[in-house]
Design a protein around this ligand. Structure first.
Ligand code: SF4
Length: 229
């Protein structure tokens, strides 16, 4: 077990945010009808993917009936269906689907984690919950720092969570605020590049705001930035 395994285990036991602990456990107990036969994870969801990944994908938080059910980030929900299909097309995942923790999925050169590790009500963590969870992100980025070359931020929340992590891990801050946008790239010497991507939420993918083609372009750019082509 290495330091990142130990961090993953520590994260999965965390109970620091009372509102989120109550919510994740309530969802796990009441369940969605379609999953009533399953035992929900009901705990914080650690990162997933190789420890020497050059590409990181940073999300917002686990979904109540996705990661909070299966125990693996973006696994078992529609957002994950879109993301893992794209990762597979990009050659970064061995299969296009992600249904449960034992489905055989492996990622290549890619680690996925969230800014907040517990499922929040309405997908909206409070600023206090975001800040309480931030050290986990900072520690995880610190541990994968030797290989990390690019972070793909899925949505504005993840984009905003990157900057404190950058400061904490690399001691770097941008000269001025960099607004989030799909396809926006920020780079500086001695730190991973940051690439913005609309979140893979149903709200974006069902409406066509984020298409599979747009996601393919982002992942192709991420691979090029990471030297993973
Ligand atoms: S959100 Fe983060 S800090 Fe809060 S209980 Fe979950 S793992 Fe712990």
């Amino acid at each position: 077990m290495d330091a990142l395994d130990r961090l993953d285990a520590e994260i999965s036991r965390c109970r620091l945010c009372p509102r989120l602990v109550a919510w994740r456990e309530e969802v796990a107990a009441t369940k969605r009808a379609a999953f009533r036969d399953q035992t929900y994870w009901g705990r914080p969801v650690p990162g997933f993917g190789p420890h020497d990944a050059r590409i990181a994908i940073l999300g917002l938080a686990p979904a109540a009936h996705g990661g909070n059910r299966t125990g693996r980030i973006f696994t078992g929900d529609r957002s994950g269906d879109v993301l893992f299909a794209a990762l597979h097309r990009a050659g970064l995942a061995n299969q296009p689907t992600s249904t449960d923790r034992d489905d055989g999925l492996t990622l290549t050169d890619t680690r996925i984690f969230a800014a907040v590790r517990c499922a929040p009500p309405d997908n909206k963590p409070t600023p206090q919950e975001r800040d309480t969870c931030a050290p986990f992100l900072h520690r995880e980025m610190g541990l994968i720092r030797p290989h990390l070359r690019v972070v793909v931020a899925l949505g504005g929340f993840a984009w905003a969570a990157f900057w404190p992590a950058l400061k904490a891990v690399y001691g770097v801050a941008p000269a001025r605020k960099v607004p989030f946008g799909h396809g926006v790239l920020w780079q500086t010497e001695g730190a991973p590049a940051l690439l913005g991507c609309y979140h893979v939420s149903q709200q974006n993918t069902f409406t066509g705001r984020l298409t599979p083609g747009m996601l393919d372009e982002i992942l192709a750019r991420a691979k090029a930035l990471a030297g993973a082509n």
